[in-house]
Design a protein around this ligand. Sequence first.
Ligand SMILES: [Zn+2]
Length: 344
Amino acid sequence: MLAMSAFAFQAGVIGLRIASRAASANPKRRMLGRRRLPASISIPIPISIPISISISIPTSGWRDVGGGGGYQLFLNGFRANGTMHLIDTHCHLDVEDFDPDRARVLAAARAGGVREIVVPAIHRAGWPKLLALCAEDAGLYPALGLHPVYLAQHRDEDVPALAAAVAEQRPLAVGEIGLDYHVATEAGERRRQRELCAAQLAVAAEAGLPVLVHVRKAHADMLGLLADAGVGGGIAHAFNGSPEQAERYLDLGFKLGFGGMLTFARSTKLRGLAAALPLAAIVLETDAPDLTVASHRYQRNSPEYLPEVLAALAEVRGADPAELAAATTANARAVLGLPGAPDA
Ligand SMILES: [Zn+2]
C-alpha cells in the first residue's frame, strides 16, 4: 500500500517537474510535454492517476540494494541514508524484544539515516539497563519515568527515586509518563494515574526538563495537568487527538509525535491532521517495538522503519522528504534541548 501510494506521489512530482521544464523550453518541446502529460499542466496538487500509470519505475519504496545491504528505503530516488539525519523521538530500544539483535537494529537504523534515538523508560526496574545502554552510544538519549499503563508495578517510593535519578543522571527528558484511560477504565485507577503523572510532571518542572507523554482517551485531563505543572514543553507521543487538542499542546510548548499509524491508509483522521498541522509541530517516532509500520504489519517495530514514517508524512503533505527530514529533526532538537548533530 505504501509502495503504491509513494509511487503515485513520486510520479506526480516527476510529472510536475517535466511540465515545468517543458514550459521553459522551446515551443516544440513544450508541445511534446503537453501531449505526454496533459493532466500535469493544470493540476497544482502533485497527485494524478493518469500520470502514475505513465511512469514505469517507482523511485520511492523499499529496494534490495544487493551486496548484503538488504532492503533499504528510497525516497524521491535517493537512498534514505548518508544524506538524511532523522531522530526517532520515541523508541524502547532497551526492552528485551531487542536483546537478540540490538546492535544490528541500531546499525540498520543508522544506515537508513536514523542517527539519534530517544529511549523512554517504562518502570523503575528498567532504568539501570536503559541508562547503561545510552551511556554506551552518544546518539542514544535516556528519558526516565513511570509509564501509566504499568501502574500496578509502580510503588510510592518510585517517585522520589525518580527525582533522585533525574538529579544524578540528568536524562534528556522525563518519560514515558501520562494517562491511559483506554487501559484504566475505573475512576480510582484513573485518579491514581493522574496523581502519578502530576508527581512526575513536578519532577520535570523542578529539573527544567521536557516530558514525553503517552495520552490515550485522556487529552482533556492531560492538558489540565500540563497547564498546572508549569513544564516547559515536551512531546505528546503517538498523538491521536483532535486538531483543537493539538493546538492546545502546541500552545503549551509541545510537539506532536507521529509514527507507524501514519503509514496505514485507513488512518484517515490522523493523516488529515498530519497534513494540516504546521510543520513546526511535528516530530517523528516509531514507539518500537510497538505500533509498527504498514510494511511490517504484525511484526516487531524497529527504528529502522522510521524513514517509512517520513515517506508517509511526505505523501500526506505533498512535500519533499528531505525537507521534512531536516524540519522534523530540527523540531526534535528544539523541544528536547539537543545541541547540534553529533556527527554534523
Ligand atoms: Zn512508548
